[in-house]
Design a protein around this ligand. Structure first.
Ligand SMILES: [Zn+2]
Length: 246
């Protein structure tokens, strides 16, 4: 049944199919997707994905969006212990997302560097270092950055030297809807009719072919990456055919 917000979203399921239907409904309301690098105008829908857990699922969702003719932005954690943007598997994901027409940028974790607010210079130095690192993975990385688990000081304000996905124009001055912690199970997305400009943030690792609660999804996402690392290193370091480096 269609609600007053123009969207039919019940029940919420964290499945690729549910996400695809959400996108189709937003498109039916007249929204068009775009890039964080373009002017943000009425009728624009910025699709943002913070890749905290699963590059593989980022690509699954990127293919769904491209199949619908939609453009999105994928922000990768350069500083994280779970996956490595320089690893061949992740580089392949990044290259394919870009080939599909999506943007790829840095998902910046302040928590790797500071427990309290840094100076603007310290922040810009680290952000630029991570952007430089990602530029070695792909020539086509986008300029904007999204903050990972943003501290209060990082939200709803602009910064010198880089575009933040949490700038007021993308955040408090737009309809900002995020799936963090699968919160849509408790508070429905788009409870009110969305405004003329939307930023929709989803985390690919929280979604799948079938629905799964948040703790299980996080646990399985970690296990998938750890399993990959284990197979990779076992093959290289322990199996008979492996020749150790000189
Ligand atoms: Zn994050």
């Amino acid at each position: 049944m269609s609600r007053s917000n123009g969207l039919s979203l019940e029940p919420v399921e964290f499945t690729y199919e549910w996400y695809r239907q959400l996108l189709e409904q937003l498109v039916a309301l007249g929204y068009e997707t775009g890039s964080f690098e373009d002017p943000f105008e009425d009728g624009d829908l910025l699709l943002r994905h913070d890749v905290d857990l699963s590059p593989r699922k980022a690509l699954e969702i990127g293919r769904i969006e491209a199949g619908l003719g939609l453009q999105s932005t994928y922000f990768f954690l350069v500083s994280n212990p779970l996956y490595n943007v320089f690893d061949a598997a992740c580089r392949t994901v990044i290259d394919e997302l870009i080939e599909l027409g999506h943007d790829v940028g840095v998902h910046f974790s302040t928590h790797q560097y500071w427990s309290q607010r840094p100076s603007e210079d310290e922040l810009l130095t680290r952000v630029n270092a991570e952007r430089s690192a990602l530029s070695l993975v792909t020539d086509d990385a986008c300029e904007p950055v999204s903050f990972h688990c943003p501290p209060e000081w990082a939200t709803d304000q602009p910064f010198d030297g880089f575009t933040s996905a949490y700038e007021p124009r993308f955040f408090s001055e737009a309809t900002y809807v995020a799936d963090s912690g699968q919160r849509w199970r408790r508070e429905r997305p788009f409870e009110k009719r969305p405004s003329a400009r939307i930023q929709l943030l989803t985390h690919p690792g929280l979604w799948g072919d079938s629905d799964l609660p948040y703790p299980e999804r996080v646990t399985s996402g970690i296990a998938e990456n750890v399993g990959y690392t284990e197979r990779f290193l076992t093959g290289q370091l322990l199996e008979d055919e492996f020749e150790p480096p000189v």
